[in-house]
Design a binder for this molecule. Structure first.
Ligand code: NAD
Length: 301
């Protein structure tokens, strides 16, 4: 049986690794925070004490880390430490599911390829709920061979697996999606708040827009106005969910990519700035739909 090394057991990585264990796969785990490994150890994972031992003898290495700098440091090393690529055996498949800049993905992917190691960038959509339910969407970049190998593992953690193109394309696909999501959410908050300020009932207005041309994902599944949708984070004090700080990070990645390709992203830039202001007001841990509160006048709060 193949051995999978899983590095980064946070909000997303923890439940993803658990799904691999539930599929009866052999899983070794590591996180800088020891306590995060406990539920996985209980489910049968081998807990390792450092990065090097977790990749030893692994056939597949998965990382679910905060940002590009962490992914680069883990695989390529830093001034005081060698990177994991020097410890991973030839023929191993690396899947990086963190959301990072495409350039970092290509940097690690190229270095892996030089050593005869397969690489796929495979960021996810679906949030913590999708990670727990095993219904994530994976947006994969890499060679056809890396993609086909990655599919075998990703199927245990997700429902939809897309091949976006060569290395880095997975990250680019994810960045485009979240740029649109950020814009859609700000627009939805804005329209709902305008309606409320002018005497409309948000439930009635939401229904009208759902059956009209303003229909979108946020209105359908994630209404940002408290009380409109029972199961949405908005009706639970904007918790849990996809944190505003992560939306800010993803919109920032969109702007970085646009600068490099000299693309115009005026709406994305506006959405990023709105999230920056919202986060500065102490909302970074709240779900990203909490931007609705940013629009609300005191009288409505
Ligand atoms: P998190 O902060 O909860 O988890 C990251 C984990 O990585 C932490 O437990 C941290 O200790 C660990 N870590 C950092 N450096 C490490 C190292 N050198 N060695 C071992 N472990 C290390 O973050 P998360 O919410 O799980 O998100 C992970 C990635 O997934 C991010 O890139 C994020 O943008 C992306 N993402 C998150 C969501 C979400 O809803 N949370 C949704 C989609 C994508």
């Amino acid at each position: 049986m193949e051995t999978i090394a899983f590095i980064g057991l946070g909000n997303m990585g923890g439940p993803m690794a658990l799904n691999l264990l539930n599929a009866k796969l052999s899983v070794k785990v590591y996180d800088l925070v020891d306590s995060l490994a406990k539920p996985l150890a209980d489910a049968g994972a081998t807990v390792c004490q450092d990065l090097q031992s977790v990749v030893e003898d692994a056939d597949v290495v998965i990382t679910m880390l905060p940002a590009g700098e962490h992914v680069r440091a883990v695989y390529l090393g830093s001034s005081d430490r060698q990177g994991l690529l020097t410890h991973i055996k030839q023929g191993t498949l690396i899947i990086d599911s963190s959301t990072i800049d495409p350039e970092s993905a290509r940097l690690v992917g190229d270095a892996a390829q030089e050593r005869g190691i397969y690489f796929a960038d495979a960021p996810v959509s679906g949030g913590v709920a999708g990670a727990k339910a095993g219904t994530l969407t994976f947006i994969v970049g890499g060679s056809d061979e890396s993609f086909h190998k990655a599919q075998q593992v990703l199927q245990h953690m997700g429902k939809n697996i897309f091949h976006a193109g060569p290395t880095g394309s997975g990250q680019m696909g994810k960045i485009c999606n979240n740029l649109m999501l950020g814009i859609l959410m700000t627009g939805t908050c804005e329209a709902l708040n305008l309606g409320i300020d002018n005497g409309l009932d948000p439930k009635v207005l939401s229904n009208i827009m759902l059956q009209s041309s303003g229909r979108n994902w946020a209105l359908e599944l994630y209404n940002p106005c408290p009380g409109v949708m029972e199961n949405a984070p908005a009706s639970n004090r904007y918790q849990p969910g996809f944190m505003s700080k992560l939306m800010l990070k993803d919109l920032g990645l969109g702007l970085e990519a646009a600068t490099k390709s000299q693309s115009s992203v005026p709406m994305g830039a506006l959405a990023r700035n709105l999230y920056a202001l919202h986060n500065m007001q102490g909302n970074e841990e709240l779900d990203f739909s909490s931007l609705f509160e940013f629009y609300q006048s005191k009288a409505n709060k």
